[in-house]
Design a protein around this ligand. Structure first.
Ligand SMILES: O=C(O)[C@H]1O[C@H](OP(=O)(O)OP(=O)(O)OC[C@H]2O[C@@H](n3ccc(=O)[nH]c3=O)[C@H](O)[C@@H]2O)[C@H](O)[C@@H](O)[C@H]1O
Length: 432
């Protein structure tokens, strides 16, 4: 005989229905009641199942976070504090974000060499070969600079760093770089250049004392501006790429934090920085690799076959600009998230003031490499590039004596020397 529950679940035999009807209203009421309580039991069961799944998930998440965290602990704190030690009078302790990046490595090294305290943070992402970033980390380690592996979106890590060291300055260089890659992976620009920036500023605003912030904007904010040379007061509301748009947004976002919380902010518009330990995604670097490997290179051309040009700026000049900015940044005025008075908000171009065309860049590389490039000229695709850049640097010169001294010929010679010593002529694989 089928049970009552089976009856509820399988009321499909026509004969049965007839019998049930003949039992009248009382039977109907019991059926209805039994059906509601069954559904109620099932609902309870499902809720309990979901709740236990969710709590298991959060246990797994927090567990994996705990176990995979590469930071924290007494030894870690000791390394952070040692790295942040200041070894000159009037020195600063600087948190350098993106410290395993191209500019980050050079700036960290220069600060350390003059006796400032430096702690780096870098997420070692794979936008380009992470082994180059790790080699830069080893270089910094040999000079006493410790890089914490972590993301600037991790506010717990940032809080912990500020709990461990009272940083006087933040040199914020962590970013998703690259103009054309923004069409491939737009969200990575939002993640690093917008969300990451805000996470960092939130931590800086509540830190006590608040640090002064110097950060990397970009020449690309000038976008379709055609006033030459580009001055800081020129319009920057016509970005040509999402990369440029996120950097411009960064300028507006930092202004807000300066205005509301009294954070001292200096934005640096870098103009196509190049040099030893550079970024493999940039033209001068990938051209070098391809020329050495006998592979063709693509040279973009503008409208009416006009050559593209960039105000290529050598890394050592950029480093001087970064240190000059840190030295003159002025203090933040807030504390505990409250503004106490107006704080400096500055923006500077850091360029070279002498644009060079891309074909000229290639011929300089050919000379240094003693090899001919296989050149493919193609019309510039609509991918965010701008036809030329040219910096007016008078503001930075006036404020902290910024004066670039390395021309492209000299700078590329140093780059090629480094490239060959790092990768050798067998290209691609580091020699050590
Ligand atoms: O100043 C900046 O704010 C930016 O500078 C840099 O961007 P760009 O000036 O675009 O440098 P880069 O890619 O080296 O291309 C150089 C030239 O080579 C041309 N180019 C490029 C690639 C190629 O295959 N062929 C080619 O002709 C290309 O059309 C261009 O004319 C940084 O990458 C960026 O992160 C940001 O910091």
């Amino acid at each position: 005989m089928p049970s009552a529950l089976e009856d509820e679940l399988f009321p499909s035999t026509p004969g049965k229905f007839k019998i049930e009807r003949s039992h009248g209203m009382n039977r109907q009421f019991h059926r209805c009641f039994a059906s509601t309580s069954t559904m109620f039991l099932w609902a309870l069961f499902l809720i309990a199942l979901t709740a236990s799944y969710l709590s298991f998930q959060s246990f797994v998440d927090s567990g994996s976070r705990y176990f995979s965290a590469s930071w924290g602990g007494i030894q870690w704190e000791k390394q952070v504090r040692n790295s942040a030690q200041i070894h000159r009078s009037g020195g600063m302790s600087v948190l350098v974000t993106g410290a395993a990046g191209f500019v980050g490595t050079h700036v960290s090294l220069a600060l350390k060499k003059r006796g400032d305290g430096v702690v780096g943070i870098d997420n070692f992402n794979s936008y380009y070969d992470p082994s180059l970033k790790k080699a830069r980390r080893s270089l910094l380690k040999s000079h006493g600079v410790f890089i914490v592996e972590g993301d600037i979106n991790d506010n717990r890590l940032l809080d912990k760093l500020f709990d461990t060291v009272a940083f006087t300055h933040v040199m914020h260089l962590a970013a998703q770089a690259g103009v054309r890659y923004a069409m491939e992976n737009p969200h990575s620009y939002v993640h690093s250049n917008i969300a990451g920036l805000i996470t960092l500023l939130e931590v800086c605003k509540t830190a006590n004392p608040q640090p002064s912030i110097v950060w990397a904007s970009s020449s690309s904010v000038y976008g379709l501006n055609d006033n030459v040379p580009f001055s800081e007061s020129d319009r920057t509301d016509q970005p040509a790429s999402l990369y440029a748009a996120t950097k411009k947004a960064g300028e507006e976002i930092t202004h807000t934090y300066n205005h509301i919380y009294g954070l001292s902010v200096t934005g640096l518009r870098f103009f196509t920085v190049y040099g030893p330990w550079g970024r493999p995604d940039m033209a001068y670097f990938s051209f070098t690799r391809n020329i050495l490997q006998g592979k063709p290179i693509t040279i973009y051309r503008g409208k009416n076959r006009v050559d593209l040009a960039r105000d290529f700026t050598y890394i050592d000049d950029i480093v001087k600009g970064c240190l000059g900015s840190l030295d003159t940044s002025g203090k933040s005025t807030g504390s505990g998230g409250k503004k106490r008075g107006p704080a400096p908000y500055r923006i500077f171009n850091l360029g070279n003031t002498s644009p060079v065309t891309v074909p000229t860049l290639v011929s300089i590389l050919e000379r240094h490499l003693k090899m001919k490039a296989k050149k493919n000229f193609v019309d510039m695709p609509g991918n965010g590039d701008v036809p030329f850049t040219h910096a007016n640097i008078s503001l930075a010169r006036r404020e902290f004596g910024y004066k670039p001294t390395t021309d492209l010929q000299t700078g590329l010679k140093k780059f090629v020397r480094w490239y060959l010593s790092y990768y050798g002529y067998n290209h691609g694989k580091p020699v050590n």
